[in-house]
Ligand binder design. Structure first.
Ligand code: GAR
Length: 194
């Protein structure tokens, strides 16, 4: 049984999908034992607490250049084997990604290599997809290395863009139809292969 940490920054709907998948037995090779947020006000922290999961805040704005060292210390102190970035809005350095090589996955709300990399996060990704005029988008779960959104792809799911989509309606549909489905499946796949 692997100890899984989920790193979050905001609403935590992907965290909720992971918690639900654990309850439903979709995730069985690991257990979410820790949720870490860089944002003390993230609703994701409340979701974790409601499910009895330990939470820690590593506030990047306070810790500044000690942020990653603190994050590594917290993960080590809690014997974490595997890390999920679920709406975690901080780019991690090579120091961090090599410390946990092949042990970090991320969910990104587009079909990588489209609309990804530095500056593409949250609603901005969907704004870019609509502006470009693509007819299909989706979500990707991938390993995390030193290149933002550049690690090996584990799973993807396509979502059609509709005529009247706004960034908000598209974000919601990509979450419902793709992210919340493939993130638990990808996590179970990689944990079972560890
Ligand atoms: C999700 O759409 C996630 O894919 C995206 O932010 C949202 C977080 O929502 N992540 C990124 O853009 C990372 N580059 P959540 O807090 O409700 O899970």
């Amino acid at each position: 049984m692997k100890n899984i940490a989920v790193l979050v920054s905001g609403g935590g709907t992907n965290l909720q999908a992971l918690i639900n998948a654990q309850i439903d037995g979709i995730i069985s090779s690991g257990k979410i034992t820790l949720v870490v947020s860089n944002n003390p006000d993230a609703y994701a922290l409340t979701r974790a607490q409601n499910s009895g999961i330990k939470t820690v805040v590593c506030n990047k704005k306070v810790l500044l250049d000690k942020f990653e060292d603190e994050l590594i210390a917290v993960l080590e102190e809690n014997y974490i084997d595997f890390i999920v970035l679920a709406g975690f809005m901080c780019i991690l350095s090579e120091k961090f990604t090599t410390r946990f090589a092949n042990k970090i996955i991320n969910v990104h709300p587009s079909l990588i290599p489209s609309f990804c990399g530095k500056g593409f996060y949250g609603l901005k990704v969907h704004e870019a997809a609509l502006e470009y005029g693509v007819k299909v988008t989706g979500a990707t779960v991938h390993f995390v290395n030193e290149i933002p959104d550049g690690g090996k792809i584990i799973m993807q799911k396509a979502v059609n863009i509709l005529e009247n989509d706004t960034p908000e309606t598209l974000q919601k549909r990509v979450m419902e139809e793709a992210e919340w489905r493939i993130l638990p499946l990808a996590l179970e796949k990689v944990c079972s292969e560890l």
